[in-house]
Write a new protein. Structure first.
Length: 378
């Protein structure tokens, strides 16, 4: 493929490291166009959002009145899920069960935040501790596969664990902290591919060494069709219906619970920090901060020049990366040399393994036509 000339959007900070990005004659990218044309016109955090949220809350309360909980919220300790837990309990008056997943990588600050929120709100917390030897095998398989998105095992397992638990315990309503305010620009799938079980299994089959009998999995079919239509599960995103900004949320959480922010959006785990800040940037040249900052720029929470300034520096320091690398190698039982050797092998993409990419892309197209999915997908 011919190499494109470098270009960065004149309105956000997405650039040609997203190989499919398109620019108009003014240099504005298609993520921005999508935001102004598809997301913004139907995203209401005023009276209209409030009315919709009230309707959802009364439905949740009505349908769950004979149950122990109204809804379940997956709590990572990050700002979105923490704020959602607070808002659901204190403002919406819902009976919430909090749910967390211990994949073996959580940083103390995340664990402490989870504790502070749980105690501060007086809620119950259910934690699933993931089978470490299987988790390790899956994560090593992913490194060996040479794909960019090394967080898929963790992401998938956290997601599957929560949804499987909710269905098993007949909790119909799942509230998620997903929101346009901080995530309206989606990373292209060449950076971060989908939560695709077919691909996870194929990569593990090729590079794994043991059977995965204890990890929670959940296919797209199970989640989108079986759980929704046969088990009646509903997933709501309250943060899209209220005025929600990162800065205000952090302030509220800090004041009420002494909650502490992380250095970067997803830096709640050592693994995520290393993968996003080092593997993805050094090996592939993909910097997830671009999508995150662009979301904040479009929603007027960050100045574009300030974002460009921050992007001049790597996401985290070489010294911290090397410290994390030692820790990660030790935990995964490989030597640093072995790891660096892995890092120098040929880059691969989701197209090099079995996947449900075609089906997912079709489903997303349909969801966009129906107005369920408004973010760019490619
Ligand atoms: Zn743009």
């Amino acid at each position: 493929m011919e190499k494109r000339e470098y270009q960065v959007c004149s309105n956000c900070v997405m650039d040609t490291t997203d190989s499919q990005i398109k620019f108009d004659e003014k240099g504005m990218c298609d993520h921005c166009h999508n935001f102004y044309e598809n997301i913004l016109p139907s995203w209401h955090t005023d009276e209209r959002g409030k009315a919709k949220l009230e309707k959802q809350v009364s439905e949740i309360k009505r349908k769950s009145k004979n149950k122990e909980y109204d809804c379940i919220i997956g709590l990572s300790g990050g700002v979105d899920s923490s704020y959602l837990a607070y808002y659901a309990k204190e403002v919406l008056g819902l009976r919430v069960l909090l749910y967390s997943v211990d994949t073996g990588w959580n940083l103390n600050v995340a664990v402490e935040n989870v504790e502070k929120i749980t105690k501060g709100l007086g809620l119950e917390l259910c934690t699933e501790i993931i089978n470490w030897s299987e988790m390790k095998d899956l994560q090593l398989a992913f490194f060996k596969s040479q794909v960019p998105y090394q967080d898929i095992p963790q992401d998938h397992i956290i997601f599957a664990s929560l949804y499987n638990y909710a269905v098993k315990h007949k909790i119909k309503y799942v509230l998620t902290g997903g929101n346009y305010s901080t995530e309206c620009v989606r990373e292209p799938i060449e950076w971060v591919y989908q939560n695709d079980l077919k691909q996870i299994k194929d990569i593990h089959k090729k590079f794994g060494t043991k059977k995965l009998n204890n990890l929670p999995f959940c296919s797209m079919f199970k989640y989108k069709i079986y759980y929704r239509f046969f088990k009646g599960m509903k997933v709501y995103r309250p943060l899209d219906l209220i005025p929600y900004t990162k800065e205000d949320a952090i302030k509220t959480l800090n004041e009420k619970f002494n909650w502490q922010p992380y250095a970067n959006k997803h830096f709640e785990s050592v693994f995520t920090r290393f993968y996003e800040g080092y593997w993805l940037v050094k090996k592939f040249g993909f910097d997830k901060r671009r999508a995150h900052f662009s979301s904040l720029i479009l929603t007027k929470q960050l100045d574009r020049n300030k974002a460009l300034e921050i992007l001049k520096n790597p996401p985290y320091s070489e010294a911290q990366a090397m410290e994390d690398l030692e820790y990660i190698c030790k935990k995964l039982s490989i030597s640093k040399d072995e790891f660096l050797n892995l890092m120098n092998q040929e880059n691969k993409s989701y197209k090099d393994y079995k996947s449900s990419a075609k089906m997912i892309s079709l489903a997303v197209k349909l969801a966009r036509v129906l107005g369920i999915e408004k973010r760019q997908y490619r």
